[in-house]
Design a protein around this ligand. Sequence first.
Ligand code: FES
Ligand SMILES: [Fe+2]
Length: 421
Amino acid sequence: MFTKAENDLMTLTAPGTPGGKLLRAYWQPVALASDLPANGAPLPLTIMSEELVLFRDEFGRLGLMPINCPHRGADLSYGRIEGGGLRCVYHGWVFDVTGQCLEQPAEPRGKQFCQHVRHTAYPCREAAGMIFAYLGEGEPPLFPEHEVLRAKPEQVHIWKFRENCNYLQALEGDIDPFHLNFLHKALTSLDAGAAPGTVDQFYEFYVNGTPRMEIDRMDFGLRIFTIRELGERAYLRVTNYVGPNLAIVAGPTGDDGYTALWHVPVTDTLHIKYMVNFKRSGPINHEMLRKVYELHVIPGTDLQNRRTRENRYLQDREEMKDRWFAGLGPSFSVHDNFVTESMGPIYDRSKERLGYSDMAVVAARRFILQGIADMAAGKEPQGRIHDPQKARMDDIVVRSYLVSDKANFRQGIHDRAVAAE
Ligand code: FES
Ligand SMILES: [Fe+2]
């Protein structure tokens, strides 16, 4: 259904690639705010195979630029924060957050030409404890003011994971609602053996419900309905694909908030997953979520996962008999990390056999390919925001609840169980 050429278009994101051009046309998270504290050292980063340096100047303003100094290429992440920007330690040139060269102290007086030197600089925004940047060409679109990005710090819990595979196969997992019935399944009752917050209250539907799916095409991407019927009752999940690389789904806060997941390529075979849990009604349980995180990432390391390809993800065949279907413990993020890495560094979609349950994944790929085609034709790709009315992303609806009228399950999806703000 998808060719090798289409696979390359969607998965390769280095500078100059069509897929990289598409992802760069949208605001992307590039770091956590805590990665770059005030007065902290400049941070070397690789985003979509491009080496960059992120820094805060003496006034707290954020700068992001290619890592090599435009003079003779020294690594600017070793630079000093002074003189109104970032000073290269090789010959002392200073660049401000707009990339403008402010000083060339090694040049003789009267021969300095710093007003003619401007390094590439990418606009940055800080929101909800994350730093976003626009790495594309021309004017950036409006910043998407998602509900989670407007929330108070006590309402959000931010996670960051390193995933050793292409960004797209991991993103596809987020909009693949049927894998809840298998990969994440617990074999015992809700209370036994499960870490808090990892098993949803609708567990019986994940195990036994017969899924049905419908998709609405939205300006931002896709609104995905999954309805699981069990006898007289029906459980509805509404999930969102926000093109090109964000998913917003029901998470541990159930119907009272959501989980946003951005998958941002480091290289074509490594990406960072930024996952943000949001509780609409008030403070989220940071302590409990931190414990779940530590099932996945070893504290005090540079995002080192406990379970890796090398240790076969510590799969436990005993546990598979009566506790966890996949034998990988209770953490959903561990399950997702395992299964998407297991597909290989860059999954070849020309080899797959797609079925009914893959309809959202297929629709998301069509969104990406259409965006690439539009950009190649000089057109605006879908989902870039220019209308301030749309910047609040109010069309994003996330639900996880039992519906009373399963024939008309779309009715009432906007009636939030918990009032916003
Ligand atoms: S290489 Fe940076 S100032 Fe010379
Ligand atoms: Fe999952």
